[in-house]
Design a protein around this ligand. Structure first.
Ligand code: AMP
Length: 283
């Protein structure tokens, strides 16, 4: 497994492989790897000759009062897990390598970034789209795998790849959960013991909503009211949003008469957690 720290070395590595006719699969991350990240690597591994992982805590996707400086890191463990997962190259750039002092370009999408997390994180998706564009140009993959845990991000990347004609196949990996249902996240490391219980309100809400929809409830407002009461029953929770929306456009739906995305963002203490599920009333 090679560790490449500069854009130039990463590009040269990829170019050399492509010249030999090798295909490249890419999984971008911010590190502090857990089984959710590993599942994306495992999905990608059999699809291509090479498997590239990037680890970069991207400052441009954090707002001024967010957790950039506190974001957890453990490069040694990440490199060990990457090797075990069959990664052939790790791209591990410094901030200045990705954003030189004269950097001034930003990728914007018209509508998708303004729903769900975009409402409370206005700079987030512009930062994500910009860094992913740069990483695509540096790594030059044939396939890239993103987790549906960040469903809005996944949709935005798919839209951007289609709009900007990137010749890259985008695949989605299912959400990997702890045995009690909590979606794995690097940010779970922030949760104190009591808060861990409150964090379960997310996955349990998805389950409750699924049950209500299966019983025939079609009105999102009725389910939302129940979920608000349910979540508020857990200590230290503060709801950012509960959204019943169209899985493609992320526009809110007024009636649950076909498959919808239920997306949640909740603060537990100072930690902001997200989760989601696709729910189909006909199933
Ligand atoms: P991050 O390091 O949080 O930026 O995540 C890197 C990639 O891993 C993104 O595509 C995430 O959607 C994905 N990911 C994070 N957590 C999970 C999870 N629990 N299940 C599946 N994919 C995940």
């Amino acid at each position: 497994m090679e560790i490449l720290k500069t854009k130039k070395r990463m590009q040269q590595w990829s170019e050399a492989r492509r010249k030999k006719g090798k295909t490249i699969c890419f999984v971008p991350t911010m590190g502090y790897l857990h089984q959710g990240h590993i599942s994306l690597l495992e999905k990608g591994r059999p699809l291509c000759d090479e498997l590239v992982l990037s680890i970069f805590v991207n400052p441009s996707q954090f707002g001024p009062n967010e957790d950039l400086d506190a974001y957890p890191m453990d490069i040694e463990s990440d490199l060990r897990l990457a090797k075990e997962a069959g990664v052939t190259a790790v791209f591990l750039p410094q901030k200045e390598e990705i954003y030189p002092h004269d950097f001034q370009t930003r990728i914007c999408l018209d509508s998708l970034p303004h729903h769900l997390c975009g409402k409370s994180r206005p700079v987030h998706f512009g930062g994500v789209a910009t860094v992913v564009t740069k990483l695509f140009n540096i790594v030059m993959p044939d396939v890239a795998v993103f987790g549906k845990k960040d469903y809005q991000q996944f949709q935005i990347i798919r839209q951007m790849v289609s709009d900007l004609d990137f010749n890259i196949e985008i695949l989605g990996g299912e959400i990997v959960r702890e045995s009690d249902g909590l979606a794995m996240s690097s940010r779970n490391a922030y949760l104190a013991a009591g808060q861990r219980e409150s964090a379960l309100s997310l996955s349990r809400s998805l389950h409750l909503a699924g049950q209500a929809i299966a019983k025939g409830e079609k009105n999102p407002a009725v389910i939302e009211k129940k979920l608000i009461a349910f979540i508020q029953g857990f200590p230290e929770t503060r709801i950012d949003y509960i959204s019943f929306c169209d899985p493609t456009t992320l526009e809110p739906v007024g009636l649950i008469d076909k498959q919808i995305l239920l997306a949640l963002a909740i603060r537990v203490g100072k930690t902001r957690l997200i989760d989601n599920a696709l729910i189909d009333p006909s199933q």
